[in-house]
Design a protein around this ligand. Structure first.
Ligand SMILES: Nc1ncnc2c1ncn2[C@@H]1O[C@H](COP(=O)(O)OP(=O)(O)O)[C@@H](O)[C@H]1O
Ligand SMILES: [Mg+2]
Length: 477
């Protein structure tokens, strides 16, 4: 044998295992079709055997022939059932194959791509499942538009159907990650159905498409009179919502840092969590950042449109730091932006009381707010957030000691409790508000961490409060 010939033989033998490597794996439909053909042949064969037996035996069968016939008939029944169930599987497989082909094309993820792509798809599937759960919770809370709720219900049915199909297919088809494809399809379906929140609204500032965080009434310290007034006004809102009566607007006013935003947030979150209303908190500071009147008006109109579309319940809109938005139109500070915003707001809240909506305006400067808007608010609903008295300051000290000191696992000396009333008195003399007590306790925390005692004692408080007193004296001077 020549040298070349020998090389040819060796190469051919090596190539043998590679042959047929590019042969395509038969599809489920094809392999099911093969099985159907096989069982149909079986049916014909057994039928032939039965016919033969009948022909040979004549009208009466002996015992052996009868047993044979019974066995053939059993086999015939099993083969026919097999054909029938395979035909059903074939129909399902073809439908699913069709679904999988179109989905694969749309999301440009082919099942037989590299392992890296499959891993990526699995991560997306986990995210998709989370989104599905999120959307289902949202749907359960019944806060979508009726048309969205219907669409989500259909979506849910499709998910259930898709999951059932995925299960069946996973049993039938190995090596093809159809579960991932089905989850991605669900993800895109639900993403399309969800209502998009305007970017100017933070997630925690609305109940639309979202469960609002817990209201922290335990941290909100107000005078007993103010607490009572707020309770009455909001109980009135609850009753009016239940009886579909007109809802009244409110104005929260008072010095900065006294808890207006905090109170508005806590009460609307409570009502939303009870399923009575939906709310949006619109912050004046966010509007200040928009650089033109057109953009600002467009943003407010967008929020109103989105809120109306996304909510089936009565709607509460909180306009926080409203003096930045609704400046009285006759005031010298009014400009094109504030005038446009005021007009948009007034045309949405055209009545003084409406069973479908109400607003809360929170401001440090009530006199700056547009007159027409103020006229939409009953005088009983003007709620004054005054500076805290000594009793409230003592309660505020307890709240912020718990939040900044105890939460950080810092010890508190046993003498502190007895010292707090006097400290609160000194803070009241300086006219401190809730926000300042909060930052005071942060300063106290730093002192404890930098000091040697590593525990909070009255002496540390004394140092920080004395410093405040000196600064205030300096300002007064
Ligand atoms: N009444 C209060 N009770 C508890 N904390 C308060 C209170 N008032 C203010 N604070 C603290 O100060 C922060 C700012 O208060 P905020 O509600 O925005 O005041 P305002 O809206 O009146 O300017 C709050 O997040 C809270 O930490
Ligand atoms: Mg505020």
């Amino acid at each position: 044998m020549s040298k070349n010939m020998l090389l040819w033989v060796v190469l051919s033998v090596c190539a043998l295992p590679c042959m047929g490597m590019d042969r395509r794996q038969p599809s489920v439909a094809e392999s099911t079709l093969d099985k159907i053909t096989f069982y149909q042949t079986q049916v014909r064969r057994i039928q032939g055997q039965i016919n033969g037996l009948r022909r040979d035996s004549g009208p009466t069968l002996n015992q052996a022939q009868a047993a044979m016939l019974a066995r053939y008939e059993d086999e015939l029944r099993i083969a026919s059932e097999e054909v029938e169930s395979l035909e059903k599987i074939l129909v399902r497989a073809e439908q699913l194959a069709e679904l999988s082909t179109s989905e694969s094309t749309r999301i440009k993820l082919s099942a037989d791509k590299s392992a890296a792509q499959i891993a990526e798809a699995e991560t997306a599937a986990v995210a998709a499942r989370e989104m599905t759960q999120q959307a289902q919770i949202t749907a359960n809370k019944d806060i979508q538009l009726s048309q969205n709720a219907r669409a989500i219900e259909e979506g849910r049915q499709q998910i259930a159907l898709g999951q059932e199909r995925t299960k069946q297919l996973n049993k039938l088809v190995w090596g093809v990650p159809l579960g991932i494809i089905a989850s991605l399809a669900t993800y895109f379906l639900l993403k399309h159905l969800l209502v998009h929140r305007p970017t100017i609204i933070e997630k925690d500032d609305t109940s639309i498409g979202n469960t609002p965080p817990l209201p922290h009434f335990d941290r909100l310290i107000l005078s007993p009179a103010r607490e009572k007034q707020l309770m009455n006004v909001f109980n009135g809102i609850s009753r009016a919502v239940k009886k579909k009566l007109p809802l009244s607007n409110m104005l929260f006013w008072g010095p900065p840092g006294t808890g207006k935003t905090m109170a508005a947030q806590a009460y609307v979150r409570k009502l939303s969590r009870e399923g009575l209303i939906d709310h949006v908190i619109v912050r004046g500071s966010a509007f200040k950042r928009l650089d033109s009147a057109g953009k600002a008006q467009h943003a407010l109109a967008h929020i109103i449109r989105w809120a109306k579309k996304g909510s089936k319940r009565p709607l509460a809109i909180v306009f926080d730091e409203a003096e930045a938005m609704f400046v009285d139109r006759d005031a010298p500070e009014a400009n094109e932006m504030t005038r446009d915003l005021t007009t948009t707001m007034l045309s949405f809240f055209e009545k003084a009381a409406d069973p479908k909506k109400f607003f809360i305006i929170s401001t440090n400067y009530p006199q700056k707010i547009d007159r027409a808007l103020r006229n939409r608010i009953d005088k009983n609903n003007w709620i004054h957030f005054e500076k805290p008295g000594a009793a409230e300051l003592e309660r505020l000290l307890h709240v912020y000691i718990a939040l900044h000191i105890l939460n950080n696992k810092i010890a508190v000396s046993p003498e502190l409790d007895a010292a707090l009333p006097a400290i609160a008195q000194r803070l009241a003399m300086q006219g401190l508000v809730g926000r300042e007590v909060d930052s005071l306790l942060v300063q106290v925390l730093y002192r404890v961490l930098n000091g040697e005692a590593q525990e909070l004692n009255p002496a540390i408080f004394d140092e920080v409060v004395s410093q405040i007193e000196q600064t205030h004296e300096l300002h007064a001077y």
